[in-house]
Design a protein around this ligand. Sequence first.
Ligand code: ADP
Length: 495
Amino acid sequence: MDRFFLKSVRFKIIVLCLLTLVSLFLIFCISIQRRFTNSLYEKIDALILLKAEGIENSIRTYWQTQNMDVTRDWFTSNVFSGEKDIKFERIADYLANDKIRDELEITGMHVDIVDPTGELIASSREFPEVSFLRKKLMARPLQNTRFDDLNITINEGKKVPVRILTKLIRNQSQVKCIVQVIASLSPVITEIHRLKKVFFTFLPIAVLIAGITAYSLVKVTLKPIDEMVKTIREIKSNNLTLRLPVSPSSDEISRLAHTFNETLERLEKSFMSQQQMLQDISHELRTPLTIIKGQLQLALSKPRSPEQYKNVLFSNLEEVEKIKRIIDEIMALAQLETQKFVDEMESIQLGDLIRSIIEDIHPLAKSKEVQLSFTDSAKLILKGNPFQLRQLFSNLLENGIKYNHPGGQVTIKVNNGDGRAKVEISDNGIGISPADLPYIFNRFYRADKARQGSYGIGLGLSIAKSIVEAHQGKIEVKSILGQGTTFNIIFPLTQ
Ligand code: ADP
């Protein structure tokens, strides 16, 4: 048997089933056997009691007739005084041997009648074990009726299990004689053995049948898991599209397969998005690097004037700054995606935060001749990361200025709506076309119009969206091309 099978769930389930079956079977057998034995004993006890009572009745009848007899004085003086009553002995002998053929195994019964001193008056047959037991019983105060079990030796030293009833027969509260009825337990024991034999023949058959059934059931039930293991082994980073087969039944295994497929789907998405991000990054970095390389090659192709070198260096610096900005924003995005900043949340006065951002951004607005106006109709406290929130509002405000005309305007409004903080940032700039609008939150997405003359890299809004979502908020955009754009951000408020 291979050692994996011994450690398998299949093996554990089979062993558990068999152990339960054997324990239940043993409990069943023991209780049936107990009931059966008790009922056989009850029958034997009733039989020997009936026999003893029959003898007692006969003895009492004899005494009554003797009392009425003229020889009553003689009887009283002889029998009750302990002297031998020959007539009584004969009757006792008749009673003891009545219908008993002296073969305990065949008749199953034997009777002894003794006087109160323990002296045997009559017996169907004397057994040394019975007389020994009698002596033992006589030594102690006797109950009126008692049952004992004993092994007695009969022919050729053969031992026979017997049940013995000892019954005291009283006359005027005085013990006059003792009747002992002995019944063989051989038939009872034979029956019990037969029953045990049936049980123990049936047990291995039952275990075998149960084992085969449990094995087949477990095999059928766990077959989908084996298939799952096979498929999972085939899953590598280049074939994350593989899915586990899900059976139509909604049992535990199909739910496991379904959940695993969902996890796989998330992994695939995240893997794809990482791949996409790598492609986007290399694509974005390639353009400035190609420009730098081209300019440097051109500058080195022949001797240049210091002024020309200076221009090349300025142009290269611009491109290097662009590369730095791409790297900074990618870092910010990666940090947001791993949610590293959630531990750094604190209560923030939203109005104050926006006011300080407006102050920082004022020079840019001035250079672009764009006016900023801010209304804070509610002093709202927000639980958030101050650096990330600053980045969020800066990105949106910068866009409002960048994609605007000279003399344009950017308006910021903060208000409390249904227990949530609402921030509206609107501008009357170039607007976004309906074709671009659904994609503006995607990484590195830039609307064609905006591309011209701007040095955005298309990461600002995807960073903004990640920040809002990390704060359990929502961001929406409305825009009309040529008229302006409005961003609505909603945050849950600190309780
Ligand atoms: P970028 O670095 O290009 O600004 P963003 O992710 O911030 O990247 O914006 C993505 C694109 O969405 C921009 O290229 C621009 O076309 C468009 N956009 C964003 N904000 C505005 C706005 N306020 N007005 C017009 N277009 C906008």
